[in-house]
Design a protein around this ligand. Structure first.
Ligand SMILES: Nc1ncnc2c1ncn2[C@@H]1O[C@H](COP(=O)(O)OP(=O)(O)OP(=O)(O)O)[C@@H](O)[C@H]1O
Length: 356
């Protein structure tokens, strides 16, 4: 098996970042997390713009940072595609894309050949002779992608590559990126806030919070069974994390939530998650009597339209954020507003319980 494209086990104490993660050869990792979680720091550790105080960084099996080792950015064979295309304004498109191979000593004709192949790959071969200032935002970002791919890097770093584009241009470039990455043998780390990028591009997901990895797995695992608040919001589910008190029940803060154990638990106790869809939740003013349902008191923190439904956002006394998607009609009967105390009600049959 070939060495991982990237492995990081590093501490950057001045940023309170302590990270361990691996990008296997040929795979695409989505790096997710709230602002200030440490995503840029991880990219910097890989690219060589951030030095770890402790630990090691390996790129394609080579130690590029660690005690007694330091390979500067240009020696790492890592390409970056950032929000802005960062093209050289005085060169035409072909020369921009040929620049990386040329800098690695490839002869001009061969470098131009590589550049044309990469431009064709991103659907921009017709732009080869164009001056950079005459490109649209989407075209420039395609060219920047071709430029990033041209030196045949060990690893591609994508730092919110679509966020400066309008919706249509972003959708097009997402497909171009998908074609360039999925199943190509290329390895990449993509920092994004967009679920569509994760779905289109990522084999694996790492979620960072406050400088630590809080969740990692394949994209299907993380979206199917999130184990962090951020992962749950991305997956669009409600998540309560706590201690298992029975095969089918989790204590989270003051609440015990009953559900269906989706798999044989590893143990009768231990950390567990209770997850359920906002669509499975009803909103009441007071707890309804009768059938055995989970009743979760929250204070309403926001209301927003969600397609034909209204999303009611709330927070439990212990600070867990939950959401319910209800019809406008049911909400108008309740007359619920921000700041009100309500109860969210969900049937046990709608709640999935799993180890966390
Ligand atoms: N140049 C710097 N010097 C010192 N601390 C920094 C520097 N850059 C970032 N930090 C701190 O390091 C921590 C991690 O920041 P980082 O920029 O890696 O997060 P991020 O996940 O990329 O955030 P964002 O989504 O806002 O870009 C934060 O606490 C931040 O304030």
């Amino acid at each position: 098996m070939s060495a991982p494209a990237l492995s990081v086990r590093a501490a950057v104490p001045e940023r309170d970042v302590e990270i361990e993660l691996t990008v296997p050869a040929g795979r695409v990792l989505a790096l997710l997390g709230p602002n200030g979680a440490g995503k840029s720091t991880v990219l910097g550790l890989a690219a060589g713009t951030v030095r770890p105080a402790d630990g090691e960084v390996h790129v394609a099996g080579r130690r590029v940072a660690g005690e007694g080792a330091w390979v500067p950015p240009h020696g790492r064979r890592i390409s970056l595609l950032a929000q802005e295309p960062l093209l050289l304004p005085h060169l035409d498109v072909l020369a921009n894309v040929a620049f990386g191979p040329r800098a690695r000593g490839v002869a001009r004709r061969a470098a131009d050949e590589v550049a044309r192949t990469r431009l064709a790959e991103v659907g921009a071969e017709a732009l080869a002779e164009r001056r950079v200032h005459r490109l649209s935002g989407g075209q420039a970002q395609r060219v920047a992608l071709a430029r990033a791919l041209a030196p045949d890097p060990h690893l591609l770093l994508l730092d919110e590559p679509l966020s400066a584009l309008d919706v249509d241009a972003a959708a097009q470039l997402r497909q171009v990126l998908r074609a360039a990455l999925r199943g190509s043998g290329r390895a990449a780390v993509v920092v994004t806030h967009d679920l569509l990028d994760v779905l289109a591009l990522a084999d694996d997901v790492v979620v960072l919070e406050a400088g630590r990895v809080v969740e990692q797995g394949t994209t299907a695992e993380v979206l199917g069974r999130p184990r962090s608040g951020f992962g749950a919001r991305l997956a669009g589910v409600n998540l309560l994390l706590g201690e298992r008190v029975a095969a089918d029940a989790v204590r989270a803060g003051d609440e015990v939530v009953h559900g269906l154990a989706s798999a044989q638990p590893a143990a009768r106790t231990g950390r567990a998650a209770a997850a359920f869809s906002p669509r499975a939740v009803a909103v009441h003013r007071t707890a309804p009597g009768g059938s055995p349902r989970n009743v979760l008191p929250v204070r309403v923190t926001g209301l927003e339209q969600q397609g034909a439904l209204v999303r009611v956002r709330g927070e439990t006394a212990s600070g867990t954020r939950l959401a319910a998607d209800v019809t406008p009609a049911s909400l108008s009967v309740l007359r619920v507003g921000v700041g009100d105390d309500v109860v969210l009600v969900v049937k046990a049959a709608e709640v999935e319980i799993y180890d966390a």
